[in-house]
Design a binder for this molecule. Structure first.
Ligand code: ADP
Ligand code: MG
Length: 305
């Protein structure tokens, strides 16, 4: 008899859930427990909030001298920089000074004056990171640069949890982080995959699309939930690292499908910045990546790829 095990944990400011299907309940439970521990381990490695994390140490020291990081952290930062290059800087793990300057870090919301914005932009940009693969060190080009993995870390934790479950011999599994990044392999009995509902960002009860996820990952980015308003204008939490401005384009939300959640997490943020045209260009050049986007004011989603 096949059974389903379901465990969850709070990490990276959201609820992660692990679902594992198979015949052996004992194996499923222990594998799911290890997957949950893996998510928590990654949170401790990458967190911006924990003073003892690798990222906190890096941010505190890398402007003065190259900092040697855990090989796993180095590899993730290397991938993040690659994804920045691929998206022409739309996704950028050095965006934190801008997040702070717009008051998103404290959750207050404030509009910086143009001088503050210009000064902040001096500390932003992935080209300000110096990676040395030979000795696994990272240095910052100047004081005030910060690495923040908020738009890729959840996806990475989902990928790692999936690898744990697969290595343990679990037949079929699905993991998500706050519903914004999901990855699944195999399928529950008598199904073609894991049922995923894409909810409307403004009306969560309304479904935009149902899809069957199998050996694939999906992430969603939107500014519908985290934003502030001033003088009738909305300022969302996803920023264009090149201009320093909150994204304002035709998109309400965008979901990205690819093989790994690390990639879909970063790309959903990037596509939100790039808008529809930039998303189309990226997908034309990258077979295997698909997007589902909803334009402001539209009722129906558009599939690309
Ligand atoms: P979620 O965290 O809801 O899954 P995202 O993956 O899109 O959404 O990450 C958004 C977070 O990433 C923001 O809250 C901010 O801290 C940071 N961020 C904002 N703009 C960018 C950007 N252009 N590139 C990388 N990180 C960003
Ligand atoms: Mg993201």
């Amino acid at each position: 008899m096949s059974c389903l095990i379901h465990l969850h944990t709070i990490a990276m400011g959201c609820d992660f859930e692990v679902f594992a299907f198979g015949e052996d309940r004992g194996l499923l439970r222990s594998a799911a427990e290890v997957a949950i521990e893996e998510i928590e381990r990654i949170e401790h490695l990458l967190s911006h909030y924990l003073p003892e994390s690798e990222i906190s140490y890096l941010n505190a020291h890398a402007a003065r001298e190259p900092v040697r990081v855990h090989p796993e952290v180095f590899e993730l930062i290397e991938r993040a920089v690659y994804l920045s290059e691929e998206t022409e800087g739309a996704f950028d793990i050095t965006v934190m000074p801008l997040v702070r300057c717009w008051g998103f870090f404290e959750g207050i919301g404030q509009i910086p004056d143009s001088r503050t914005l210009a000064e902040t932009l001096e500390r932003v940009g992935f080209s300000r990171l110096r990676l040395s693969a030979g000795n696994l060190t990272i240095a910052f080009a100047r004081e005030g640069v910060e690495v923040h993995l908020g738009a890729i870390g959840k996806g990475y934790a989902v990928d790692r949890a999936i690898e744990v479950l697969r290595d343990a011999g679990v037949e079929a599994a699905m993991v998500h982080g706050g519903h914004s990044s999901v990855r699944a392999y195999g399928a529950p009995p008598d199904t073609g995959g894991w049922q995923i509902n894409l909810a409307h960002p403004l009306y969560p009860d309304r479904s935009l699309a149902h899809l069957l996820l199998r050996n694939r990952a999906i992430s969603t980015s939107s500014a519908a939930e985290q934003y502030f308003e001033r003088a009738g204008r909305r300022y969302g939490h996803i920023l264009d690292p090149r201009t320093g401005m909150p994204v304002e384009n035709e998109l309400l939300c965008v979901s990205v499908l690819a093989d790994e959640a690390t990639v879909t997490d970063a790309l959903s943020t990037a596509f939100f910045v790039l808008g529809e045209e930039g998303t189309r260009e990226y997908i034309l050049a990258h077979p295997g990546v698909q997007a589902v986007l909803l334009r402001q004011g539209d009722e129906q989603v558009e599939w690309i790829g």
